[in-house]
Design a protein around this ligand. Structure first.
Ligand SMILES: [Zn+2]
Ligand SMILES: [Zn+2]
Length: 292
């Protein structure tokens, strides 16, 4: 697998000289297997991906959406590849009990927010909704999706191809004490135990990341910045998980908008000192490619 980072910033895109090395676009990660192209999330980074696939004469990709927060879908209407009628896209996401995946993307392109409605895009777009824990095959790879602890319906992915495993564990509060995920079975019933759901969602993150060669991690917060209502993790939460389940490489991701390049490099250096000897650490950077 070739992993390419097109957008690495969390919450909203930023542009200033002090973020120019790591980049200011919101989440978009490409996974190219020998048999096809998978894209995770459609943040503003998907513009760069779309241009690149056009240059490579690609005509199809599978898009995995972790959730519908705006930083993860806002690039979709601006991906020029989708305006071509010879392109096909299959969009995958977790089933939401009250909204279809199609209606979510239709919503952000309806008048007056965007001049071109979803159904007028040239590309042929299919939607596939998955349940928590589903495993399916795309681009010759085995993909597993699991719910995570984040406001609304949000999840992460594990992609296995050959003997390699890639994990995308973002956005989530890994060790949070507030159950932020909604629409969980049984959670609103009398006598329900939210703590049991929190343990189950953390276990999902463990299962997604178990022995992954590369794990993309939600490291939005430093410990002193942590807010338990946001649904994001601290760098230290993922240092702990990396040791617990054995990542080959821990990749810091969903960088805080205010995080400067210099701060990020200091954080990476500190993580490298504290991570176990077997764990590599890097920060996701626009344009970075990792070969697994
Ligand atoms: Zn996000
Ligand atoms: Zn989010």
């Amino acid at each position: 697998m070739k992993i390419r980072f097109w957008g690495v910033r969390g919450s909203f895109p930023v542009s200033s000289p002090n973020v120019s090395r790591y980049g200011g676009n919101t989440p978009c990660v490409e996974v190219e297997t020998g048999q096809g192209v998978i894209v995770i999330d459609a943040g503003t980074g998907i513009r760069g991906f779309g241009k690149s696939l056009l240059e490579r004469s690609g005509k199809h990709f599978d898009l995995l959406l972790s959730h519908a927060h705006w930083d993860h879908i806002q690039g979709f209407p601006h991906c020029e590849l989708l305006y071509r009628d010879d392109v096909t896209v299959t969009v995958h996401g977790l089933h939401h009990p009250r909204r279809t995946l199609a209606s979510i993307l239709e919503g952000q392109q309806q008048e007056p927010f965007h001049p071109v409605p979803l159904h007028e895009l040239g590309a042929s777009i299919d939607f596939v909704e998955h349940e928590d824990g589903d495993t399916f095959e795309i681009a010759g790879a085995r993909v597993t999706c699991r719910r995570l602890n984040h406001p609304g319906v949000a999840g992460g992915f594990r992609i296995e191809y050959g003997d390699r495993a890639f994990a995308y564990i973002c956005d989530t509060d890994l060790n949070g004490e507030h159950l932020l995920a909604t629409d969980l079975p049984g959670v609103d019933e009398p006598g329900a135990d939210p703590a049991a759901w929190l343990r189950r969602l953390r276990q999902s993150a463990c299962d997604l990341g178990h022995s992954a060669d590369l794990a993309v991690c939600d490291t939005f917060f430093l410990p002193e910045e942590y807010d338990p209502d946001w649904g994001h993790s601290r760098v230290d939460d993922f240092l702990g998980l990396a040791a617990e389940v054995g990542f080959g490489t821990m990749c810091l991701f969903h960088h805080r908008p205010s995080r400067s390049d210099d701060e990020l490099e200091d954080i990476v250096a500190d993580c490298r000192r504290r991570a176990g000897r077997d764990i590599q650490v890097l920060a996701a950077q626009e344009g970075l490619q990792v070969d697994l």
